[in-house]
Write a new protein. Sequence first.
Length: 561
Amino acid sequence: MNGVESKVPPNFIRTIITDDVKAGKNGGRVLTRFPPEPNGYLHIGHAKSICLNFGLAAEFGGLCNFRFDDTNPGKEEVEYVDSIMNDVRWLGFDWDDRLYHASDYFEQLYEWALDMIRDGKAYVDSLSADEIREYRGTLTEPGKESPYRNRPVAENLDLFQRMRAGEFNDGEHVLRAKIDMASPNLNLRDPVMYRIRKMSHWRTGDKWCIYPMYDYAHGQSDAIEGVTHSICTMEYEDHRALYDWYLDNINVPNRPRQYEFARLNLTYTVMSKRKLLRLVQEGYVAGWDDPRMPTLAGIRRRGYTPESIRNFCERIGVGKRESTVDLALLEYSIREDLNLRAPRVMGVLNPLKVVIENYPEGNGELLDAVNNPEDASAGIRRVPFSREIYIEREDFMENPPKKFYRLAPGREVRLRYAYFVKCVDVVKNEAGEVTELRCTYDPATRGGDSPDGRKVKATLHWVSAPHAIEAEVRLYDKLFFKPDPEEDGDFIADLNPDSLEVIRSARLEPGLAGAAVGSRYQFERLGYFCVDPDSTPDRPVFNRTVTLRDTWARVKKAEGI
């Protein structure tokens, strides 16, 4: 695979599930879940979790539930809900009738909280948020018990029920689990289970004014649904003890197990939803679906395919050690996929007119062009050729240096699928800028080869001037110019000012007129491009998905892999 490893990378969770199924655990069944919080758009890191949870369930003949963790109404929006569902479907996964919400279980979670109060395992605390943090202690010092920790059960029940009834203001009371304020694991130092939030919930409206914390809702929701393998990222490893404590101290119908894997980190990228939201809100990007964003909506708009993302996620493997994946590997994955499926076309981004002086005026012809050399079934297309064409301005130099083999005065080159042409004159404006080239062509070289066997050192792409359509082309580059945008603490300072170049007068083959939004093409010699939703019938807009230069393969070759 052009220097990229072909073996299946390690996946320790697959090994765990294999062993569990062989041992007959959970009756041999496998049920995973994907539990996003609807407080932003999903990004490429979430794709790894989606592929892992849905993929492993399918591999073992099991199921994967889709459950929204909607326990924080202050940050959740229906827009995010809709985008998340769209992203999961786009990646190729479906949850059938297994769409759930943590809010489905609010009543049951509340009843279990009452049971914990009755059992002396939870209490209402009236310390402020700052005081709770102060009492919590540090990694080297134990915490202090709240003065409200030993309230009588009856008082705790009364206060908690009044919290639900809306008698208190935000922050006035919380419900905490009574565990161990001296535990070396800070998550077990009487964690908060419920807080007061007097705000409407996008799904339950004003029914609730107390909301469970994620750590309390998560494991119990898994248990209600019958989840067998609850797969999380490594930041929840220290939370597993709390996950297990709740399950051990509540009469749940099922006992899931939590497993953690290393999250995806990618060079030249930030993955924090908070930071991505800042990029959107402060106008550094055009929105969550800006093609420079690592969101699934953004990379979809840029032209990535779901197959390329799934292949990428499988290729990077699943481990427990944090690492950073080179962005070049993600780009390799989309090149590999589009190389097989994307039709080839010709487009000129920075046009320079060429007049072929010995080509008959008023004449034209249609030439055969291969649609995809990797797919014989793709066939050929007919492209128009005429006396006036456009080539890339950078394909001509009046005084070329050594190793510049493209067009220059007196030099002959091949036009892709067409003829040999020779530059015989250069037209300039008053400022001395080249505005037009005069060339001659050899009619005997139709199709791009010379019957007398003479060779040329360059083949140029082109479009017929009278037939070409005008288009806007957006050239996207890395959003950050440093591999680690957070290295110096201020990721905004590392934004790449050249991450977007807009070309408003590109010229393309006429066959691209009316190309459907989302259609992907390889512009020969230039890269892979996708039709943007901003396109109109009169003015198509194309986004560059990725260049043709394969930096990942070069890196691997240099490393001898």
